[in-house]
Design a protein. Structure first.
Length: 73
């Protein structure tokens, strides 16, 4: 995904961020991004737990039975 990025690219991106937001707003921006990532990870973990619980109670698909194999023609 970021295979083409080099050190110069990252330095230019950092300079643009500094110009856009200013040095005084960067700590607040980093804090809000960190909180957002933490909330996102919590929601993903909760969805995984809910998905694991739901899989055990799902009845098998009637088409998945192997009691009546199809004849070879």
């Amino acid at each position: 995904m970021f295979a083409g990025l080099t050190g110069w690219h990252l330095l230019i991106i950092l300079a643009l961020v500094l110009l856009l937001f200013g040095a005084t707003k960067l700590p607040a921006l980093a804090k809000s991004v960190g909180q957002s990532v933490r909330i996102f990870k919590g929601e993903v973990d909760e969805m995984k737990k809910d998905g694991d619980k739901g899989d055990k109670n799902v009845p098998p698909n009637p088409g998945d039975t192997t009691d009546n194999p199809k004849p070879n023609v």
